[in-house]
Design a protein around this ligand. Structure first.
Ligand SMILES: [Zn+2]
Ligand SMILES: [Zn+2]
Length: 254
């Protein structure tokens, strides 16, 4: 229902069934009235359609569990709106994500030249600081695509260990889950979010993980999950999470 995704909910569910998934969670981008983001998200008036379509899909497909989620942006000036919105609907899970540094959507392909005016290192630093702030709010269950500024292949030239460590420590302290997101494989960077090094540190800290394909087309549902599972098992993860009514459940990674 965002303006940059394709296909109907049923097509995503049917792909998930074909690919042998037991469960699929939808996480549309949260509508935020007032935010200038023309192709980023549904309008607030469309939100009831999303709820209804998830409910209809849950009734139609008994062979798979379908969860209602949302990807909520952390944008400081909209925090009160987002907090209220999240409290008003019966989400199974909430992904907290940072896509904006001030007014700049650094994850949008139309605005990538700003990495050079803002500075690549500065982008990463500002991003990780916002991500740490997002985790500290306690509003979210999952932190989405942890190292997203790498999306278009921009590599930092400075050591970001302390920024990354700080964000991970807050994620751990707030008992959040990391999104192991295969969309990065489909982007110019060509690798999973977060990187293997970051996941190793997350594993040492005992931070749980959830698999996500961040599918914006039905054919991307569950894409590269075997690669993601292989990486997680190699690092030492044995279990992955799912959510129901914002409560975490653990399952073996197989
Ligand atoms: Zn999107
Ligand atoms: Zn996102």
């Amino acid at each position: 229902m965002c303006r940059h995704g394709k296909g109907h909910i049923y097509e995503y569910v049917e792909t998930a069934i074909e690919r042998g998934l037991d469960e699929i969670g939808f996480a549309e981008h949260i509508p935020i009235p007032g935010l200038h983001d023309p192709d980023g998200r549904m309008l607030i008036g469309e939100f009831p359609i999303y709820l209804q379509e998830i409910r209809d899909a849950q009734k139609k497909y008994s062979e798979i569990t379908i969860r209602l989620g949302i990807e909520a942006d952390f944008i400081p000036r909209y925090l009160d709106f987002v907090a209220k919105f999240l409290s008003e609907y019966p989400f199974d899970f909430v992904i907290g994500s940072v896509h904006f540094i001030d007014d700049w959507d650094f994850s949008h392909p139309d605005f990538i030249e700003k990495y050079h005016t803002f500075g690549i290192d500065e982008t990463y630093k500002a991003y990780y600081n916002l991500l740490a702030e997002a985790a500290a709010t306690g509003l979210f269950d999952v932190i989405g695509h942890f190292d997203q500024p790498k999306k278009f292949g921009h590599q930092p030239t400075t050591d970001l260990t302390s920024e990354i460590e700080n964000a991970l420590l807050i994620i751990h302290e707030k008992n959040l889950v990391l999104d192991v997101n295969t969309a990065g494989i489909r982007k110019p960077v060509g690798e999973i979010y977060p990187s293997e090094d970051i996941l190793r540190r997350a594993h040492e800290l005992g931070i749980p993980v959830i698999l996500g394909s961040d599918a914006h087309r039905p054919e991307d549902v569950g894409s590269h999950f075997s690669e993601a599972r292989e990486m997680l098992l190699k690092i030492g993860y044995e279990r992955q999470c799912a959510f129901r009514n914002r409560e975490r459940m653990l399952f073996p990674i197989e």
